[in-house]
Design a protein around this ligand. Structure first.
Ligand SMILES: Nc1nc2c(ncn2[C@@H]2O[C@H](COP(=O)(O)OP(=O)(O)O[C@H]3O[C@H](CO)[C@@H](O)[C@H](O)[C@@H]3O)[C@@H](O)[C@H]2O)c(=O)[nH]1
Length: 255
């Protein structure tokens, strides 16, 4: 599928202290996919990222900026971006990091994969996918986290924590965004689980993820522990639900 076939696309780029990366990544994205719009969602970065975003938006009408006053996490920033993009009438709403980990030159692969998919994920942990320059500890955290997600939530998606993705508009409309409570990176897994629960199709395409060379990751122990806590809660709730359904079926049969 090409950009012309899928309709209007916007890539949401959340930023917190990405002054050294933002112009570089937005320019790459605009060059790689001239038909795709960009929304930067900045949480009042103290390093002036918001001013840089305003400069980019002033020079290019296809770049827009949403300024938020406080840092409330990746999930909260994306929720604000999704609501803006839905109100603006976009057909496809995407996610991408600002630090160059997600390569705009690979976005075309995700757009092509929208044929027959409601959510496309640029995945690291599928055949053909890769990660460049991550230490072993971060690889283990990501692979272990994804394994935990698959086991607890009973889903087959291999890279549910990945943040390079495209949602079709109807997917975000069907997933009730008002019910989403995840604020940190677990938001990514939350949205995959909700998409599958809604009976929609998730497709993974391999990407090469490159660790940032400028600035710092915003991954903290709090972000990791929110992920662990929420995935465990959802997994246990799902198990209880399955047990309740099995009991109800047994009762029905014995009547
Ligand atoms: N607005 C806003 N942006 C944020 C916040 N926290 C992080 N970001 C932005 O979100 C992007 C990703 O943050 P990083 O801190 O660079 O993430 P990473 O460690 O490389 O993250 C990897 O793991 C995440 C969780 O699985 C993935 O979501 C991400 O795609 C990537 O694979 C960056 O553009 C960063 O500025 C926040 O509270 N507010």
């Amino acid at each position: 599928m090409s950009v012309d076939e899928v309709g209007r696309i916007v890539m949401i780029v959340p930023t917190y202290n990405e002054a050294d990366n933002l112009a570089w990544i937005v320019e790459r994205l605009r060059r790689a996919q001239p038909g795709v719009d960009v929304l930067v969602v900045d949480d009042g970065s103290p390093d002036g990222t918001g001013h840089i975003a305003d400069g980019l938006a002033g020079a290019d009408p296809q770049v827009r900026v949403l300024h938020r006053t406080t840092k409330e996490g990746l999930g909260a920033a994306y929720l604000a971006g999704f609501r803006w993009a839905l109100a603006e009438g976009y057909d496809v709403i995407g996610e991408m990091d600002a630090d160059g980990s997600h390569q705009p030159e690979q976005l075309g692969r995700l757009i092509e994969a929208l044929a027959g998919a409601d959510l496309v994920i640029g995945a690291r942990w599928v055949p053909g996918g890769s990660v460049v320059n991550w230490p072993l500890s971060r690889r283990l955290l990501s692979r272990g986290g994804n394994l935990y997600v698959r086991l607890l939530l009973g889903i087959s998606v291999k890279d549910a924590t990945a943040g390079f993705r495209l949602f079709r508009r109807h997917t975000l409309e069907k997933v009730d965004l008002d019910l989403v409570r995840s604020t940190g990176y677990v938001f990514q897994t939350d949205l995959v689980a909700r998409t599958l629960h809604a009976g929609l199709t998730v497709r993974e395409v391999p990407i090469e993820f490159v660790e940032r060379v400028r600035g710092d990751s915003k991954m903290t122990p709090d972000v990791a522990s929110e992920s662990l806590k929420r995935i465990t809660e959802w997994g246990l709730r799902e198990r209880r639900e399955q047990a309740r359904r099995a009991l109800a079926r047994r009762r029905d049969r014995s009547r």
